[in-house]
Design a protein around this ligand. Structure first.
Ligand code: NAD
Ligand code: ZN
Length: 353
């Protein structure tokens, strides 16, 4: 679990005080990895105080993080710094948070990032790392994984060294998120709850967080009376609790199939989950019904026909990626999931999307 967290509108202003005692020496800088959507946003960047050799690296979130991108970032950080950094500070959505987690791990672990995709393969503790979400939903700020696309698979680095050492939850940072992106990333949280609460891995720990997050999602996405600030605050907490719920259980069918879309077509996580979930009545009847109501309420129209021109080989690639995520299927459908979900069934589902 993340050991230190602060929450509140304006809490970003405490960043400098929080990290100052963590500076190892004046040659060991803090490296800020910031979503480039904020590059000319003085409201945010003016609050970051650079000292000594501290650096900001702006990174686009247009594509999801890749293992090769992490390798390149680590190499460039080693080149521009005299000593191992005092800390890595990620500011942005799930993309930037995952990059910050992965870079902080790879600064202290040898070899290529792709070798650490899996469970508990990381040997050395990561560099001190801080996460500051600017969009709510993924739970990347609280999770024990950093999801990366590698040459062979899309799979996280799941380890005890992955979670942030410090998280700053400042809902004000999410105020300018565009409506559609707000919905897609918010629905990631909603889908985490549905998949966790309907999974066979469910336990009292996951259930209590999942129920809390689900209740918040219903308030945020179906209630007309919430003020924008209230909605921002609540969605940030829903994201946290939804993330906590899956930390101790697992996601399910939508995530497994969405990973396939993402691997083959580059479909981003939030929208990919929505495209898949829209067709999963069979697995999550109540959850999908509510999802459709939320979609209607916010006037969201999802892309259609994204799989219509795929070759058999491409379908196979996508299906193999989806089926390789065994814990997700086992959580969703139990130990005998292979009797329920066949490649043909997945192909029929993908064809509808
Ligand atoms: P994102 O980081 O990909 O960003 C989506 C878009 O929103 C980008 O264009 C970004 O520039 C923009 N944006 C972010 N903050 C903004 C702001 N305040 N104002 C305006 N625009 C803003 O979005 P995401 O949905 O948070 O993250 C998706 C990523 O998270 C995927 O790579 C996925 O694999 C990962 N993920 C990780 C976990 C985990 O546990 N580690 C869980 C779920 C998803
Ligand atoms: Zn997710």
């Amino acid at each position: 679990m993340v050991p230190r967290i602060i929450f509140g509108r304006g809490s970003l202003n405490q960043l400098n005080d929080i990290i100052a005692p963590k500076r190892l020496n004046i040659k060991a800088p803090f490296i800020y990895l910031i979503d480039d959507v904020f590059k000319s946003n003085a409201w945010l960047t003016s609050r970051i105080e650079l000292s000594y050799d501290d650096k900001i690296i702006y990174i686009s979130a247009n594509e999801e993080p890749k293992t090769s991108q992490v390798d390149d970032l680590v190499e460039s950080i080693i080149l521009i710094t005299k000593e191992r950094p005092s800390g890595i500070i990620g500011i942005g959505g799930g993309t930037l948070l995952d990059l910050a987690k992965a870079v902080s791990i790879m600064l202290t672990n040898e070899g290529e990032t792709k070798n650490y995709q899996g469970w508990d393969l990381v040997k050395n503790p990561a560099v001190y790392h801080v996460g500051i979400p600017t969009i709510s939903g993924t739970g990347a700020e609280v999770s024990r994984t950093t999801v990366l696309t590698g040459p062979e698979k899309k799979l996280g680095i799941n380890s005890d060294f992955t979670p942030f050492d410090q998280v700053i939850l400042d809902p004000e940072l999410t105020k300018d998120v565009p409506l559609e992106q707000w919905f897609y990333t918010g629905m990631d949280c909603y889908i985490h709850c549905v998949e966790s609460l309907n999974g066979t891995y469910l336990n009292a720990f996951s259930e209590s967080y999942g129920n809390m997050a689900l209740q918040l999602c219903k308030e945020i996405f179906l209630n007309d009376n919430l003020k924008p600030k209230e909605a921002q605050d609540k969605l940030m907490m829903a994201s946290w609790h939804g993330g906590m719920s899956i930390v101790y259980s697992q996601v399910g069918v939508a995530h497994a199939m969405s990973y396939g879309l993402s691997y083959l077509l580059g479909t981003k996580h939030g929208i990919g989950n929505c495209i898949v979930f829209d067709h999963l009545e069979e697995f999550y009847p109540e959850g999908v019904k509510l999802f459709k109501a939320m979609k209607l309420k916010h006037n969201i129209s999802l892309p259609q026909g994204i799989c219509s021109n795929l070759s058999d080989k491409e379908f196979d690639t996508m299906i193999n990626i989806a089926l390789s995520l065994e814990p997700l299927w086992e959580n969703a459908l139990g130990k005998n999931w292979k009797n329920i979900v066949t490649p043909k069934k997945l192909k029929d589902l993908y064809k509808k999307m």
